[in-house]
Design a protein. Structure first.
Length: 243
């Protein structure tokens, strides 16, 4: 507490003839008042400082996370509009009697698409470009049934793959659904040299009087910039299966 000065006694009736005890009583009253004022000011100051610290702490907590897996990967920007189906694929589909060609999805490959223990290519429903399923097929996948589809690899080799739907429940209680291509996916990614951040497209088409669903995988660009490298490969003799 600071020392008292004459200005502190302006509102007090101080008589020079007052006894020392009375003067001391007045001084004690003034000192108590000043002390209370100083303590209130100190509390306000501390309270403001605490509030600022809490506010800064809250801003720090609300700062967007930058350490997520996808942000670290610095995934490439997808071509917009998506490139059309390459002519060599269109010719291959026509040779198989294919019709109703639809772009299903254009996406960059993530590490989850290439891990051997996952062994699947994900097709998130929210990223699907075109409606490629019929109502009965969609309902069958919702019921967790599998669909066997003929699949043209980037090398033009034809194989059989399994298409099914995965439903994953998030912590929020919502469900995130995606289609996945399985069975020979590890072989497809390895034999066609697929890598992280490669941009690919999945196209659908129909054969056998438009009754049977088929899919084709096209490499739009590679992480190293070798655009269309896989799509220009010729099919290897003696490989592949019939539709």
């Amino acid at each position: 507490m600071r020392l008292l000065n004459p200005n502190d006694f302006k509102n007090k009736d101080v008589d020079p003839t007052m006894s020392a005890i009375d003067m001391l009583s007045v001084a004690a009253e003034v000192a108590a008042r000043i002390y209370d004022q100083e303590q209130k000011g100190l509390k306000r100051s501390r309270g403001g400082s605490s509030f600022q610290q809490k506010k800064k702490s809250k801003r720090k907590e609300e700062k967007p996370k930058t350490g997520s897996k996808r942000s670290k990967l610095d995934m490439p920007t997808l071509p917009n509009p998506p490139p059309d189906l390459p002519e060599e694929f269109r010719n291959r589909i026509e040779a198989m009697g294919g019709r109703q060609v639809v772009l299903v999805i254009q996406k960059a490959l993530y590490d989850t698409d290439l891990k051997k223990n996952n062994s699947r290519l994900s097709i998130p429903l929210r990223q699907i470009e075109g409606d490629f399923l019929r109502d009965d097929e969609r309902e069958s996948l919702i019921q967790q049934n599998e669909m066997k589809v003929s699949f043209i690899e980037p090398s033009h080799k034809v194989n059989n793959m399994i298409l099914r739907q995965w439903d994953m429940r998030k912590d929020s209680g919502k469900t995130c659904s995606q289609y996945v291509l399985r069975t020979f996916w590890n072989e497809v990614s390895q034999e066609n040299g697929l890598g992280l951040k490669d941009v690919v497209q999945v196209w659908s088409f129909r054969v056998d009087n438009e009754q049977k669903l088929c899919l084709a995988l096209v490499v739009v660009s590679r992480c190293g910039g070798n655009e269309g490298e896989s799509s220009s490969h010729e099919a290897r003799d003696g490989e592949g299966v019939g539709v």
